[in-house]
Design a protein around this ligand. Structure first.
Ligand SMILES: Nc1nc2c(ncn2[C@@H]2O[C@H](COP(=O)(O)OP(=O)(O)OP(=O)(O)O)[C@@H](O)[C@H]2O)c(=O)[nH]1
Length: 313
């Protein structure tokens, strides 16, 4: 519980730049307008778009706000703040069973381009699941760079979990095949696979993922399948574009959004879920193992709008 509280206060701190860019702008709109008119809505719209919430998401939020203002006969702009927060919150929904893979025999494929924090996130996830009492095995199927294999091996050692790896340049599908056999033989609960994400060659990436999926389906049909894409939150709209491209080549079931500490582009968490319909399942706010946590929309909105400081007591 203490850890959770600690995470929340770090989230509040991490989102301070986003809060500055979105919330202070919004607050000045609420205090600067004496009536709710077109200019009022336009200024809110502009602030949300600048805050990386994305055009479509912003439109949905404004539409929702207009409807509720009308419905509830609101005349005072300052009374809109809570409505706006509620509307932003409603854009993010994990759906049921978001974390089923944690409690079942499962294979988790993790995709992401270089440098977004993929290896680190896998290491953190593995360590946390081990702590939960699950047996975990890693598969180093991002064989493109030796450094990636070494880095993953370090994380496996640090977390005390097994790893299946081959040398640099070997066939990722062969690594997955070996890892699946090992997971079955060892009765592993969760097999987490570090897979590639080179978007500049989409055809190859699609082929590679298809091959990997075929192996898992054939060799391990009883396993529950989860496909997570890791995105770097500091890249804002680029992260959204990346997610769209991955969506074209894989059935993505969730997002891990990293580096949300200190970015002004935190609004991207809302945009991703609302625009792509893919839930952000984990959020990263630093390099330590506990700096990756499950995404909680209420907590996120509270941290963003400052409403949460009260909860820290
Ligand atoms: N501040 C911050 N840094 C992070 C976070 N997640 C990862 N990083 C750092 O980002 C850098 C890149 O992370 P990696 O895990 O190496 O990234 P990768 O996507 O596996 O990239 P390659 O290993 O280059 O393929 C590392 O220095 C991490 O410590 C985060 O949530 N916040």
């Amino acid at each position: 519980m203490g850890e959770k509280k600690g995470f929340f206060s770090r989230l509040v701190k991490g989102l301070s730049k986003t809060r500055e860019s979105i919330v202070s702008g919004i607050d000045s709109i609420f205090s600067g307008f004496s009536s709710i008119d077109e200019d009022f809505y336009e200024e809110i719209e502009e602030t949300l778009i600048m805050g990386d919430l994305g055009i479509h998401t912003t439109e949905k939020i404004i539409e929702d706000l207009r409807a509720r203002v009308k419905e509830e006969h609101i005349k005072d702009p300052s009374a809109c703040k809570q409505l706006l927060i509620d509307s932003i919150r409603s854009q993010m929904d994990l759906g049921e069973n978001a974390y089923q893979f944690e409690n079942r025999t499962s294979v988790v494929l993790v995709i992401g381009v270089n440098g977004v924090g993929k290896t680190t996130s896998i290491g953190k996830l593995a360590g946390q699941m081990k702590e939960m009492g699950r047996s975990v095995l890693l598969a180093a199927a991002d064989t493109f760079r030796a450094a990636a294999i070494e880095q993953l091996t370090e994380w496996a050692n640090r977390s005390g979990v097994g790893i299946i790896a081959q040398k640099e340049g070997s066939d990722p599908a062969a690594v997955i095949y070996d890892a699946v056999q090992a997971a079955k033989a060892r009765k592993t609960d969760v097999l987490i696979c570090d897979t590639a994400g080179r978007l500049h060659n989409k055809k190859n990436l699609m082929e590679e993922l298809r091959k990997i999926n075929r192996i898992i389906e054939k060799e391990y049909p009883e396993a529950y399948k989860e496909t997570l894409v890791v995105l770097d939150g500091t890249t804002g709209q680029n992260a959204l574009a990346q997610a769209r491209q991955f969506q074209e080549v894989a059935d993505i079931t969730g997002i891990i959004l990293t580096k949300m500490d200190g970015t002004a582009k935190g609004g991207i968490a809302v945009a991703i879920q609302s625009e792509l319909g893919i839930p952000v399942k984990y959020i990263g706010i630093g390099e330590k193992i506990d700096d990756l946590q499950k995404f909680n929309a209420d907590e996120f909105v509270n941290a963003l709008f400052g409403a949460g400081q009260k909860q820290e007591d």
